[in-house]
Design a protein around this ligand. Structure first.
Ligand code: A3P
Length: 318
């Protein structure tokens, strides 16, 4: 429940109901969100208390959240678990790192019950994170970004999956146009990336900005960087013993997508009513450049030029 003196849930419902609406989403401080998400963002703003050793894994949807969850969990808990008898062999990465704004039940206070150090994931943009995180000098944030055409294609497939094969009510062209307008959940995509990018430049000790493509081309280098940032660098002995490569292998698409635990069943999360998340839906192809198999060249060029324009002058190239 919100702290005393804070806006009540009814008041928040009232605020959400007054926001501009488009295709079932609401526009909250220049981001499109599902109304439930907007409500949770407001509630979290009020109730979330950051801790010194919190680590937040932030992503735009379909940019590598599952992979980052697996890696960060494995890296930070490696002194407790044998990599050959590991929780990730029987639990989905989405089950070992909870989302801040997507609770397993309606009670958002469950994050307070988690033991420190907490590893939490979020799709919430930097500017909408609880102030407690923004103002807390010690909280570390890892952001993973992905080439937008691949991210869009991944998102479109995921929607079709989560809607139980009924189709997401959106053909590829319509979904693409909305993506280009920034009007998809947690969008605009570019603003989401830019906010975390700028913070990673201003506060590199606080925000680590990773790219899916770099992690694909140099997983060992990226995993070492991630461990260093998280305050648990690999020792010389671990490196010589091949531990980094073992972590990379355990968290690889090939390994995780082949595990029985990730092939069947649904996740117990309540993102939106009537939407079921199949565990297998989080593993599709895991490739760089798959957009060419789904989008036309014209669509590719259009999105490239939008991104170029939006990211101009920021130093960020996607
Ligand atoms: P594709 O749909 O392009 O295959 P998220 O985890 O943010 O929901 O992103 C899902 C995307 O990451 C999907 O992309 C999925 O296949 C890919 N993915 C999942 N696990 C991965 C892993 N261990 N390594 C690389 N990619 C992974």
């Amino acid at each position: 429940q919100p702290n005393s003196g804070s806006p009540s849930e009814t008041h928040i419902d009232d605020l959400v109901s007054k926001l501009p609406v488009r295709e079932g989403m609401v526009l909250y401080k220049s981001y499109w969100l599902w109304p439930q998400t907007a409500k949770r963002v407001m509630l979290l703003q009020d109730m979330f208390k950051a801790r010194d050793d919190d680590v937040i894994l932030a992503t735009n949807p379909k940019c590598g959240t599952t992979w980052l969850k697996a890696l960060a969990f494995t890296i930070t808990t490696r002194s407790s678990y044998d990599l050959h008898n590991h929780p990730l062999l029987t639990l989905h990465p989405q089950e070992v790192v909870p989302f801040l704004e997507i609770p397993a039940n309606e009670d958002l206070t469950y994050v307070e019950t988690l033991a420190s150090p907490r590893l939490l994931a979020t799709h919430v943009p930097m500017s909408l994170l609880p102030e407690s995180i923004a103002n807390h000098g010690c909280v570390r944030i890892v952001y993973i970004c992905r080439e937008p055409k691949d991210a869009f294609v991944s998102l479109w497939h995921f929607w079709n999956r989560v809607h139980g094969g009924r189709g997401a009510d959106l053909d590829l062209d319509t979904a693409f146009n909305r993506f280009c307008e920034g009007a998809l959940p947690y969008g605009p995509f570019w603003n989401h990336c830019l906010e975390y990018w700028k913070e990673s430049i201003a506060r590199p000790d606080r925000v680590l900005f990773l790219k899916y493509e770099d992690m694909m081309s140099d997983p060992v280098g990226c995993v070492k960087k991630l461990a260093l940032f998280l305050g648990v660098p690999f020792t010389d002995r671990e490196e010589e013993g091949g531990v980094v490569e073992q972590v990379v292998r355990l968290c690889s698409f090939e390994m995780l997508s082949g595990l029985e635990a990730n092939k069947t069943g649904n996740l117990k999360v309540r993102a939106r009513p009537n939407v079921v998340y199949e565990k297998a839906a989080f593993f599709r192809r895991g490739k760089v450049g798959d957009w060419v198999n789904h989008m036309s060249e014209e669509m590719g060029t259009k999105l490239d030029s939008i991104m170029e324009e939006k990211l101009k002058g920021s130093g960020l190239v996607l």
